[in-house]
Design a protein around this ligand. Structure first.
Ligand code: ATP
Length: 692
């Protein structure tokens, strides 16, 4: 089993990440990660306070999800607008240098644009007056303006785009951190992250219950926020802001020049502005609403497609490919209808603008022609005037367009910050917030004392009731119970994924509270092999070292041997470098389980939890579980470890030192296999009979 360069690089990278993490705990200078997330948390707390204030000003009592808010109200409350603006400004202020250079360059290029018509007019007049000497001066000035303007345009584009990219990068990093680090598990499994069923209706024709899904922070919606919304939000404080400035300056310069050339002609030329402005305001409102609806529809379609692709096996087993494609087409049609409304509105505005501008130019040339004939104006002046009026039109539409983009940017930023701000209910305690650590090797047992737990989404249902248990190194405890009795929930609480409402979980002999330890200590103490282990679309090696990136070759080999992985890995092409495919689909269920077991063993935890470990294992794989039992009892390199087996198999139950029977979240019996099967009507016998 050899590693190639790429995996070595990956391992080296993960090693360095892990080492960085370790260094962080030793009070090293703050890393980029620290700076980003500490700042982000400070921002979030500040924002959370402001948000609370904002929420109280809102008319709705229930806070809405991003998808819902976009659906219900594409415009923002004043106080919320103010808050978002100040947060965006804070982001922009961190890019003050490229923004300042870009803005100055933009003003310079705008000046060059404004100078062009005048110089062109001058050139024309000089040419018609046959003055060879002055012709040169206009040409030289023109050359200087063209070269200077070109350079300014280059600087403007590169600097503003650089600022935009930097802001987007920071927002993306903060947002991804807020989603991955700062949220507790419940946020991911509850309706807020995965989308809830908004309403159900029975589709009689297909006899399938159709459920309209909300787009509230589904993985698809999170993806869209991370890409499109952040792009638009960062654009609104860089390029769009600069465009507003440029368009305004264009309007001011053009107005000045037009007034200085011919004030009467200026009056004729701007007579169409109020009409065009009023049309723009009305259409802009309509476009904003329609765009929000179109976006919500596109998100629903994206989430729909994503879910079907993720669960392709279920789709194919149910023979639903065609009907799912049809439903997707219907969603697309809905999007197209909404898109048509947006395009019609935009098209009408463009057509109206064209007609209005054409009409204004017709009037200008009519009156200007008369002025030339009367000797009040030269043809060069009229050309300059016409070009300035064109620039004024361009500037005016630029202002409206940029203002529209800016308000769209605010709506997008609102979605970004809604996802970034963690509400108190779902704030997972961040690793660095908990400073207590433990020497995992010194821990002898984990003691559960009257643990009570309910999920936040169902606070009235107590899933675990006064569960007490002593999980010692070298001891195998089997946990049995009917479906839904709370076995997996207990495993998740012990692993630190959820915090119990009452009761204590203590590590001995230090007596520290497990749930007050930092995440690194918690994962060093407890590792879980879940019912359906998730594998990433990468090599076996990378999947293996996921929770222990700095594992040595010797410990990798030991973990693989303990989990009985070597036989199947040696038959795979590339062995440890074999790509397992998406969700580990290129491996069998048993192989996935065994690989997950090796991954857990690699961390050398004090306690290993195997949730239904034999469900996907063949008889050969069951031996791996027995090997794990042996390794826990006798210690594979000196130290023993505890094992909590969630199982129903009699063969596994027999090897356990203690069997704990769970019923409706309560421990109803505990003892050895012999003790618990002495009576035919014992809880364990009844359970085994029911499960047989
Ligand atoms: N994320 C969750 N949010 C709310 N309730 C949940 C959640 N996960 C599980 N439950 C509920 O908690 C109870 C216990 O579930 P749990 O998965 O712990 O049972 P289990 O004994 O492991 O079941 P099984 O043997 O089927 O895996 C069930 O009633 C279940 O509906």
């Amino acid at each position: 089993m050899k590693g190639d360069g790429s995996s070595a690089t990956t391992t080296a990278t993960s090693k360095s990440i892990h080492q960085n993490h370790k260094r962080k705990n030793l009070d090293a200078p703050p890393t980029l990660f620290d700076r980003l997330f500490k700042r982000s948390r400070t921002d979030n707390h500040a924002a959370a306070n402001t948000t609370t204030a904002t929420k109280s000003n809102m008319t709705e009592s229930k806070p809405k999800s991003a998808g819902e808010s976009a659906k219900a109200k594409p415009t923002l409350e004043k106080s919320r607008k103010k808050e978002i603006k100040s947060r965006l400004n804070a982001e922009a202020s961190r890019e003050i240098r490229p923004l300042a250079v870009g803005t100055v360059a933009m003003m310079a290029s705008a000046l060059a644009n404004q100078a062009l018509p005048k110089l062109l007019g001058k050139l024309l007049d000089e040419k018609t007056s046959q003055s060879c000497t002055s012709q040169h001066s206009a040409s030289k000035a023109l050359a200087a303006v063209v070269i200077g303007g070109g350079m300014a345009s280059f600087l403007r584009t590169t600097m503003l785009n650089r600022a935009q990219d930097n802001i987007a990068k920071r927002l993306r990093s903060k947002l991804f951190g807020a989603v991955l680090i700062e949220r507790d598990m419940e946020w991911f499994v509850s309706g807020e992250s995965s989308g809830t069923n908004a309403k159900s209706e029975n589709d009689k024709s297909s006899q399938v219950v159709k459920v309209e899904k909300s787009t509230a922070f589904t993985p698809g919606a999170i993806g869209t926020i991370l890409t499109e919304d952040i792009n638009k939000a960062s654009e609104s404080i860089t390029v769009t802001f600069a465009n507003v400035l440029r368009s305004c300056s264009s309007c001011a310069f053009a107005t000045y020049h037009m007034l200085s050339i011919n004030p009467t002609l200026f009056g004729i030329s701007v007579s169409v502005v109020p009409v065009v402005g009023a049309a723009a305001v009305i259409l802009n409102k309509f476009v904003k609403r329609a765009t929000a609806k179109q976006r919500e529809c596109a998100e629903r379609a994206a989430s729909f497609a994503e879910e079907r692709i993720c669960h392709i096996e279920t789709v194919k087993l149910a023979n639903r490919e065609k009907s799912e494609v049809e439903e997707y087409i219907m969603l697309q049609e809905e999007c197209v209808v909404l898109g048509r409304k947006v395009s019609s509105a935009k098209g009408s505005f463009m057509g109206f603008m064209f007609a209005a501008t054409g009409g204004a130019l017709y009037m200008v040339f009519n009156a200007g022609g008369r002025d030339i004939a009367a000797g009040r104006m030269t043809s060069g002046e009229l050309t300059s005037f016409a070009t300035y009026s064109f620039l004024l039109g361009l500037g005016t539409s630029g202002v409206f367009k940029a203002l529209g983009e800016a308000s769209q940017g605010l709506v997008c930023a609102d979605r970004v910050y809604k996802l970034m701000d963690v509400d108190a209910e779902h704030a997972g305690k961040v690793t660095s917030d908990k400073s207590e650590s433990v020497d995992a090797e010194a821990v002898q047992s984990i003691l559960l004392d009257k643990i009570c737990f309910s999920y936040k989404s169902l606070p009235d249902t107590t899933v675990l009731k006064d569960v007490s248990m002593d999980l010692q190194r070298g001891k195998v405890v089997a946990l049995v119970g009917k479906n839904g009795s709370g076995k997996t929930s207990l495993a998740s609480v012990i692993a630190g994924l959820y915090t119990p409402q009452t009761g204590k979980m203590t590590v001995l002999p230090s007596g520290q509270s497990f749930h007050e330890l930092d995440r690194q200590s918690q994962t060093a103490l407890v590792q879980v092999v879940p019912q359906h282990p998730a594998l990433f679309d990468t090599s076996i090696r990378n999947n293996l070292v996921y929770s222990c990136p700095d594992a040595s070759e010797a410990s990798i080999e030991r973990a693989l041997k303990l989990a009985n992985c070597n036989d199947f890995i040696s038959k795979l092409e590339g062995e440890l470098e074999f790509g397992v495919g998406r969700n580990g689909m290129r491996l069998s269920g048993g192989q996935r389980q065994r690989l997950a077991l090796a991954r857990a063993l690699l961390s050398d935890p004090c306690l290993l939890i195997l949730d239904e470990p034999t469900s996907a294992l063949d008889s050969e794989g069951e031996e791996a579980v027995m090997d794990a039992v042996h390794a826990c009892r006798s210690g594979d390199h000196g130290a023993t470890r505890g094992l909590l087996l969630i199982t129903h198999r009699a063969s596994t139950l027999k090897v356990a030192d203690l069997i704990v029977v769970l019923k409706d979240g309560k421990v109803v019996a505990e003892g050895t296999y012999e003790e618990l099967t002495r009576r035919k009507d014992s809880e364990l016998c009844e359970l085994m009979a029911e499960l047989a």
